[in-house]
Design a protein around this ligand. Structure first.
Ligand SMILES: Cc1cc2nc3c(=O)[nH]c(=O)nc-3n(C[C@H](O)[C@H](O)[C@H](O)COP(=O)(O)O)c2cc1C
Ligand code: SF4
Length: 465
């Protein structure tokens, strides 16, 4: 097999790689020129379909197929580029934008040409100030050179790109939350259908794509679908930017073919687990995707294989290593706090479920855990999300998965923690139990506050009788 040649990151170590002259000196904008002057929009859509490029934003939906869902009789099309990148431990989009903004702009031009979009909204995470500044400068450079604006490459195609900064909310990465936020509203995901391809931003047919997905597009136009499919594993083709962080010696972002094993990523590219320790668990693709145990490290990191050990999906392919001296309870507590904070609150199962998981994990962590809490957590996670059909968006599934996988893979550690970390100050009181069970009580016990506004102990599963 031919040696793997990185393409998405090929300019990262070149001086001034974020500038137009450097990008052009390395072959930049030739793919956009080719698409706009030698191909028609349907031809580009078919090429991307043939390449089987799957979205890199989390769900892995086929990009060409998404583009072909746009109504044939549409009068106007918009594109949203999802650069919200709020999934914990994920930073590949940031590097792509800071180091090679013109690669993204070229991908946007081709994507918009293919979908006939004449305006592109680049929705950038609020915290990415440097990326925002670099993008604004790069867009100005491209416009001055005639690569944006009217009649690009003399093709008759017009395009403007507008950079829109988010205000710092995880939920604005969900594509319809992003669209609501772009429209100036609260970032509340929409009930689908209608999907954005039919009714998206400003009620117009809209394509939403991730930064890395679009960065792949110029290379497919330049080198062809067969080249793209020469990398990866069946159903997961092409290069992927993997982030590695947590308890490794080298925290980095590397470009590799899809399907590399978790072990190789950690041992070779992350230079092993830090301090000579072993991995206890690995987060395969952002915290929403769940957990791999130490004996599942030979799992290939692609869209399909990662489901076999029970993970939700590949997600953002942001791998985080948890060493053998870290408590799974601490990890779950942090995840639970994040999701409870980021839930937008529209759906009762997500709003209440994420809060219950958080409160229960907090009490377990502090020393008030009971064995039946694990059953309660199991009941909550099983009823949370799009998978069981109880919520509008996938944030809830992401909140459920770390709990689901931990209960399946780390139950003995959770039980041991509960047994050995008992602190009577945080124990569930008879009054709390009585209140949550709805029973009359005369127990004059004052609930112990552990910094939360409601009783934290005897929460019932939404489905207990
Ligand atoms: C809670 C939540 C957060 C998300 N955050 C992001 C994000 O930060 N960036 C992203 O590209 N996709 C994110 N997504 C996925 C988007 O909804 C959407 O699938 C994606 O932007 C489509 O682009 P792609 O097909 O190119 O992957 C998120 C989804 C959910 C449910
Ligand atoms: S699942 Fe959660 S985050 Fe998503 S729309 Fe419902 S309440 Fe909001």
């Amino acid at each position: 097999m031919a040696a793997f040649e990185p393409v998405l990151s090929r300019n990262w170590n070149v001086a001034q790689s974020h500038t137009l002259p450097v990008y052009e000196s390395r072959g930049g904008y030739q793919a956009a020129r080719k698409a706009l002057t030698q191909m028609d929009p349907d031809g580009v859509v078919n090429l991307i379909k043939d390449s089987e490029l799957r979205g890199r934003g989390g769900a892995g939906f086929p990009c060409g197929l998404k583009w072909s869902f746009l109504p044939k009789d549409r009068k106007e099309t918009l594109m949203c580029i999802n650069a919200d990148e709020s999934e914990p431990a994920t930073f590949n989009n940031r590097i792509l934008m800071e180091k090679d903004p013109h690669q993204l702009i070229e991908g946007i031009i081709i994507g918009c040409f293919a979908t006939k979009a004449t305006a592109a909204y680049l929705y950038v995470r609020f915290e990415y100030i440097k990326a925002y500044q670099i993008l604004e400068r790069a867009i100005d450079e491209a416009r001055a050179k005639g690569y944006l604006g009217k009649n690009i490459f003399g093709s008759g195609f017009d395009l403007e790109i507008w950079v829109h900064r988010g205000a710092g909310a995880y939920i604005c990465g969900e594509e319809t939350g992003l669209i609501e936020s772009l429209e100036g509203k609260r970032g509340w995901p929409r009930i689908k259908p209608p999907f954005p391809a039919v009714e998206g931003a400003f009620k117009k047919p809209t394509v939403v794509n991730n930064v890395e997905t679009l960065a792949c597009v110029p290379h497919i136009v330049e080198r062809g679908a067969d080249w793209f499919k020469s990398m990866g594993t069946p159903k997961s083709y092409g290069p992927k930017l993997y982030c590695i962080s947590g308890h490794v010696n080298k925290q980095t972002c590397v470009e590799l073919p899809l399907g590399i094993t978790c072990r190789e990523l950690i041992e070779v590219h992350g230079q092993g687990v830090w301090k000579g320790r072993k991995a206890k668990a690995v987060v395969p693709g952002g915290i929403s995707m769940g957990l791999l145990s130490a004996d599942e490290l030979d799992t290939p990191l692609d869209f399909e294989a990662i489901r076999k050990p029970g993970c939700l999906g590949l997600g953002t392919a942001a791998v985080t290593v948890i060493d053998d001296q870290t408590s799974i309870v601490d990890y779950l507590y942090n995840c639970a706090r994040f999701f409870a904070h980021e839930s937008c609150g529209q759906c009762t199962p997500c709003r209440e479920g994420t809060a219950w998981i958080y409160k229960t994990m907090k009490r377990i962590k502090l020393g008030g855990g009971r064995m039946e809490d694990l059953t309660v957590l199991g009941g909550i996670q099983a009823n949370l999300g799009i998978t069981p059909g109880t919520t509008i968006c996938g944030l809830a599934d992401g909140a459920a998965w770390p709990i689901k996988n931990a209960l399946a893979k780390f139950r003995p550690e959770l039980e041991e923690y509960i047994k050995t970390h008992q602190d009577p100050r945080y124990a569930v009181t008879p009054l709390q139990t009585a209140i949550t069970m709805g029973s009359p009580t005369t127990a004059a016990v004052t609930p112990v506050s552990i910094g939360m506004s409601s009783p934290t102990g005897a929460l019932r599963s939404p489905h207990s009788s």
